[in-house]
Design a protein around this ligand. Sequence first.
Ligand SMILES: Cc1cc2nc3c(=O)[nH]c(=O)nc-3n(C[C@H](O)[C@H](O)[C@H](O)COP(=O)(O)OP(=O)(O)OC[C@H]3O[C@@H](n4cnc5c(N)ncnc54)[C@H](O)[C@@H]3O)c2cc1C
Length: 400
Amino acid sequence: MQVAILGGGASGLMAAVTAAEGGHAVTVFERQARVGRKLLATGNGRCNLSNMQPLAGRYHGQRPDFARPALDAFGAQAARGFFRGLGLLTVEEPSGRVYPFSDQAGSVVDVLRFAAEARGAVLRTGEEVLSLRRSGEDFLVETAAERLPFERVLVCCGGLAGGKLGGTKSGYELLASLGHSRTALFPALVQLKTPPEKVRALKGVRADARVRVEKAGETLAESAGEVQFTEYGLSGPAVFEVSRAACAAGEGVTARLDLLRGVSAQELEALLAARCRDFPLLTGENLLTGLLHNRLGRVALREAGFPLERPLADFNPRALARVAGVVKDFVLPVTGNLGFENAQVTAGGVSTDEFRPETLESRLVPGLYAAGEVLDVDGDCGGFNLQWAWASGRLAGRLL
Ligand SMILES: Cc1cc2nc3c(=O)[nH]c(=O)nc-3n(C[C@H](O)[C@H](O)[C@H](O)COP(=O)(O)OP(=O)(O)OC[C@H]3O[C@@H](n4cnc5c(N)ncnc54)[C@H](O)[C@@H]3O)c2cc1C
């Protein structure tokens, strides 16, 4: 069959290899000058391509179960086996994250490209699909240069996240033109903004913290790990992990950080009391020295309402409890996020009610398939989004 794949990103390349393996005549249309441009930027250029932790519960959207059949058929182990078959070795880190052994995202793109082309797929780069129409039994795929007929079309155009790397609305629009609806879109796996005056002094500081986001006293999400302070707010893996829930909740969200998660409030108070007893002539500036990054310690002290110059001899147990309270529960209002431009994934997408989970074929338009981020499926931080791109590209590419 003549098959058009719209988008030469993660899911599109996987679908191309699969459909070409199935003996189909595959043409991939990619609007950018090269395929896999976003893939090159993943995992800070290392490409966190999957995760060996159980996949259940890691995906979101209006119907999180929609992703199950694709992921059951092609999980992390299968993805690693597939890449091994293409000559790409992978390694698992203790967290379960999987990376190419080469540590280069470029090698993931390369092996997919080699495999697609070796199986006869034609990669038409620099060609954006502008419209998609039904014409009898066929589809007409239109670019600026021509209009071509195909028997099957796979929409693998990705989502809005990572604008500079190719994030676009195009896939949603092409599917809408054939009658598909979509859910609301919002950025996920994204940096959170907080009042700048609260964090400016902390720019560049990293902490191993527990992060909880809440609204009206209700916990929306929790995570622990690296938090990075930036001039606009919070970044880092632990923040990314709670960002989806924070963005989905809209206004009135608060981030609460436990900056010393390995030490209880009582233990911390005892440590601070010992510091004051042993070094009464030091000042508040050094109360938290050795416990937190110096700058974080100073900000926490100010947040507790104490001047840096105050002698440690003047801190009574109540004052120390207040400082410990701030360290264990550093509160930052969330005022926004850094948007799709900086997000790693789009939450929301084309309605999964309109696609069959066992095949990824449209229920509305037979012969039309979709895979990857364009669908209303998004995963947690840690390789889960690429795992979905592989699994869904693999399933759609089988053209069942
Ligand atoms: C900075 C960054 C880092 C990330 N790191 C990770 C990570 O380490 N691990 C992980 O699991 N996930 C990561 N992600 C998310 C992951 O990259 C995406 O979820 C995944 O690439 C989605 O695959 P896709 O095939 O749906 O879309 P994409 O890979 O975005 O591919 C879609 C392609 O379609 C093309 N296209 C769009 N419209 C058209 C059109 N009309 N005509 C022709 N071509 C079109 C686009 O140019 C693009 O190349 C990261 C994302 C970003 C932005």
